[in-house]
Design a protein around this ligand. Sequence first.
Ligand code: GSH
Length: 220
Amino acid sequence: MGDEVILLNFWLSLYGMRVWIALEEKGIKYENRQENISNKSQLLLQMNPVHKKIPVLFHNSRHICDSLIAVEYIDEVWNDQSPLLPSDPYQRSQARFWSNYVDTKIYEIAVRFWNTKGQEKEAAREEFLECMKLLEEQLVDEPYFGGKNFGFVDVALVSLFSYFYTFTSIYGNLINEERFPKIIAWANRCIQKECVFKCFPEELKVKEHVSQKRKDSNSE
Ligand SMILES: N[C@@H](CCC(=O)N[C@@H](CS)C(=O)NCC(=O)O)C(=O)O
């Protein structure tokens, strides 16, 4: 009997996408089970009683919460193919540092940008651009944040780009080639990878979802 791997996910979740991409990159067989995050299942509430959030990764009798912890678990368990974290301890510490930066800083700002209006939105936009500048510098002349190969920081950041075209059409050219040539080239490189484009939601569906969210928040 092979391993039983289930990802409790939500198709539009930037966090869920990370775990999904890692499973795909490793060529692991899994079930991608959709959760209704506005009417959470007993399974989710029992398995992630602390945060009650997806993604949750099930591996046989175990379960792992929180996207980057799940990606790291996947990398350690299926360590014979497509390594995501470097083997060198120093490089590994750097990958953890930058993925933590993406998680705690960039995603937080992106959510703030998404959920606010007026001056607050403007401040979030400026902060976001500053963070992107720092990341642009990190790419140096390598194709990925992981160096020559797609790695942990790439997995952490790339899901943000699944909303890229929708956000660009609504909010204008936040990240453009002129300002961030390396990030744009990196994003295009990642999106061409099967493990990434397979997990990205259809653009039309993202657009519909975002327009609905904007209508709802304008009518509040
Ligand atoms: N730090 C968590 C964040 C997960 C998260 O925010 N998940 C969202 C979906 S994108 C969720 O389940 N939200 C439901 C809720 O907040 O009640 C991770 O990296 O997995």
